[in-house]
Design a protein around this ligand. Structure first.
Ligand code: AP5
Length: 229
């Protein structure tokens, strides 16, 4: 007997991992892609900075590490992400910005979602020359209230050093200062870059040239997400 009921398909899910060094534009693109795909952006950097601002135990623990540009311990991050992904808003997908960042985190993530996600998960590796990373990080300004980012040359606020949304005074992130940036780049080379080979073999992996205007990068990401690239 033929079942005449219409086939019920699960809603398509957009699940993305952003790889790329500090300043590559992961946060900028993750926010746009999340709005486009109507899924949340899950930024571990933002979550940790919120914990620091709120003065929680977690914030007190990670504050000194982040300020000097070191990575936060894997177990903490895996726990934070596990809890966050249980949120109802993550049911139809999410954009991970800043996680996983070590092999151990990548393995922890696979355990929590129950597989290697080869078929489904998009992994974008955003590439930008190092000289441009330094220019972007040294010129970045940040709103401590809503976490919006600006750049003194590329994306200045409308009013001098005030957030367009909040009107709050923009500041330079502590870890955007020279010594911390050097450590972040070293951490990236040593502990995060190996994830490129890890994901190349097991996911829908795409290397994206991030050394272009944000709109051009975004167009490529959406083309890929729609399966047109
Ligand atoms: P996190 O906040 O994740 O920082 P990050 O990875 O170092 O990345 P950034 O925020 O610096 O850069 P981005 O690639 O998002 O670039 P953005 O879009 O802002 O992590 C901070 C810290 O938290 C870590 O050091 C660690 O201590 C801890 N942490 C977080 N996650 C962790 C984890 N999983 N494990 C362990 N520790 C963890 O752009 C940068 C600038 O460039 C902006 O000014 C922007 O306007 C500009 N810009 C962006 N795109 C373009 C473009 N196409 N052209 C020109 N300018 C551009």
């Amino acid at each position: 007997m033929v079942d005449a009921r219409p086939e019920v398909r699960p809603a398509p899910r957009l699940r993305v991992i952003f790889l790329g060094p500090p300043g590559a534009g992961k946060g900028t693109q993750a926010a746009r892609l999340a709005a486009w795909g109507k899924v949340p952006r899950v930024s571990t950097g933002d979550m940790l900075r919120e914990a620091i601002a709120a003065g929680t135990d977690l914030g007190r623990q990670v504050g000194p590490l982040m300020e000097k540009g070191s990575l936060v311990p894997d177990e903490l991050l895996i726990g934070i992400i596990q809890e966050r992904l249980l949120g109802k808003d993550c049911r139809n997908g999410y954009i991970l910005d800043g996680f996983p960042r070590t092999l151990r985190q990548a393995q922890g993530f696979e355990t929590m979602v129950g597989g290697d996600l080869t078929e489904e998960m998009l992994v974008f590796d955003v590439e930008v020359p190092r000289s441009e990373l330094l220019r972007r990080l040294s010129g970045r300004r940040w709103c401590p209230t809503c976490q919006s980012t600006y750049h003194v040359d590329n994306k200045p606020p409308r009013a001098d050093m005030l957030c367009d949304r909040e009107g709050a005074q923009l500041i330079q992130r502590e870890d955007d200062k020279e010594v911390a940036v050097a450590r972040r780049l070293a951490e990236y080379d040593e502990r995060t870059a190996p994830l490129i080979d890890y994901y190349r073999g097991r996911s829908r992996f795409f290397r994206v040239n991030g050394y272009r205007p944000p709109d051009a990068v975004f167009q490529e990401l959406t083309r890929i997400a729609e399966g047109r690239a």
